[in-house]
Design a protein around this ligand. Structure first.
Ligand code: PNS
Length: 166
């Protein structure tokens, strides 16, 4: 009997990708045959980077993880799942604020598509305060990005924004 490929999607706005995202991706990729990292719209957020720039940074950050693929979707997450015959969604959860927000999202998605399963992966405490919004704030003040973004993405990210670190 041919075993079905176990697939999951890790959706997000990745504006830009952070070390916290990469940690979740590495861990989730170990649990599935194929993990799709999908750039989606978050209507509540004002974007900093173009989708093409987010892709470039994700490609750089995820180099060397063989079973991860990248995708982009501008519709509902549940429509993406239907279109791709997937049902498992991975979400990283740092704290109770994330948990509350993601619980509502998971329940909405479950109403839209009952077979959709959202799995919460607890963030490694090393990345507890790492977020794309914090990175955007640091960038706005020309501050050091430290270990908030993967090392190999710092230069391309600063270049994209015509930014220099002071
Ligand atoms: O990285 P983010 O910004 O927390 O990711 C949120 C994202 C993009 C996964 C979420 O906003 C999303 O699923 N957007 C697609 C539209 C959708 O399905 N919204 C939820 C149902 S109203």
């Amino acid at each position: 009997m041919v075993k079905a490929m176990r697939k999951a999607v890790y959706p997000g706005s990745f504006d830009p990708v952070t070390t916290g995202h990469v940690n979740i991706i590495e861990r989730a990729a170990m649990l599935y045959d194929e993990l799709t990292v999908c750039i989606m719209d978050n209507k509540a957020k004002k974007g900093l980077l173009k989708v093409s720039q987010r892709i470039e940074l994700l490609e750089t950050a995820l180099m060397g993880i063989p079973n991860v693929r990248l995708d982009v979707w501008s519709g509902l997450l549940t429509d993406y799942l239907k279109e791709n015959e997937m049902r498992v969604v991975i979400k990283g959860v740092r704290d109770s604020v994330d948990f509350q927000y993601e619980t509502v999202m998971a329940q909405i998605n479950n109403k839209l598509l009952p077979e959709c399963e959202t799995l919460f992966m607890l963030s490694d405490p090393r990345y507890a305060v790492v977020s794309s919004s914090a990175v955007r704030e640091l960038l706005a003040f020309h501050a050091e990005l430290g270990d908030f973004v993967p090392k190999n993405t710092v230069e391309p990210l600063l270049k994209m924004l015509g930014n220099t670190q002071s």
